[in-house]
Ligand binder design. Structure first.
Ligand code: PDD
Length: 276
């Protein structure tokens, strides 16, 4: 298969980097994950815009324009004959140079590749469980940075507990999850953390807000507490890979009646129709 490297397409086995690479040595880079349904990108513009925002926030100059990236991403799917459900991973780092914390004067490194990814249908239907952990990340979580150690450690703990996600909270306020945004439903109203620097501004989150509005589902962007989370009628998370995923169990407690709730199901249907 072919991967996009800078602005060229190369065989995936021929792409290598020097060991003195800023992403490898410092986590000095940003990334994106874009969903593909039936061979077509979903929310591509939103992801491309966010990649450029993340890069700008950490002063990485991408060696192409949005229009060039857009065309290359299209070609990535056609070169690989993608016609099914997949995801594309994109990564930009500050480049390859002798190790020094301060910026080198080299071009940024960029690559993108596509990988098959079926929809998580069983989990979407039945719901999944989650654990609760303190949010130990930095103060700039709106940047989709490669520094994922807190997220990796939280997700591994979830896995070891047989759970799907780790829900994160700062001083009892729920922010988001290790790799998704989180929502509660109480008396028919959806609540989710506002788009501050404490969460990633999820592309699916942005779309779900619009879809809720179209379906006349009240949508409130306000932080909720761990106590409100545990007392919610419904809980769900969203991301490009998880879609609209019901959380039916948190730590030792069942949420609602332990099945995906009506508002969650409504938003799942709206999402599925939108992503088609
Ligand atoms: N994660 N919050 C965090 C911390 C994330 O890492 C992600 C995405 C999201 C949801 O963003 P979006 O709706 O734009 O996918 C929220 C990707 C899928 C990942 O790291 O694999």
């Amino acid at each position: 298969s072919y991967v996009l490297s800078q602005q060229e397409f190369v065989d995936r086995h021929s792409l290598t980097y020097p060991f003195e690479e800023r992403g490898l040595q410092f986590g000095d880079g940003v990334y994106e994950v874009i969903r593909v349904y039936n061979g077509d990108y979903y929310l591509k513009k939103e992801h491309v815009d966010r990649l450029f925002r993340s890069a700008e926030a950490v002063k990485i100059k991408l060696p192409f324009t949005k229009e060039e990236l857009d065309a290359n991403l299209r070609q990535l799917l056609s070169q690989n004959n993608v016609t099914d459900d997949a995801k594309v991973y994109l990564q930009a780092t500050r480049g390859s140079a002798t190790r020094d914390h301060a910026f080198p004067t080299v071009e940024a490194n960029f690559y993108a590749y596509v990988e098959d990814l079926p929809r998580p249908e069983d989990k979407l239907r039945n719901g999944v469980s989650a654990i609760l952990r303190p949010d130990e990340r930095w103060q700039n979580c709106y940047i989709k940075s490669l520094n994922l150690l807190p997220n990796v450690l939280a997700k591994q703990e979830a896995k070891e507990h047989g759970a799907y996600e780790a829900i994160l909270h700062r001083d009892e306020k729920v922010t988001e999850c290790s790799s998704s945004n989180i929502y509660i439903v109480k008396k028919g109203t959806v609540y989710t953390h506002p788009e501050t620097n404490q969460i990633l501004h999820g592309c699916v989150r942005g779309r779900i807000k619009q879809l809720a509005c179209q379906d006349n589902i009240p949508f409130v962007e306000a932080a909720f507490s761990v106590a409100q989370l545990m007392d919610a009628d419904e809980v769900f998370v969203t991301s490009s890979t998880s879609e609209v995923m019901p959380i039916v169990h948190i730590e030792d407690q069942r949420i609602g009646d332990g099945k995906p709730g009506p508002i969650t199901c409504k938003l799942q249907h709206a999402y599925a129709a939108d992503a088609k």
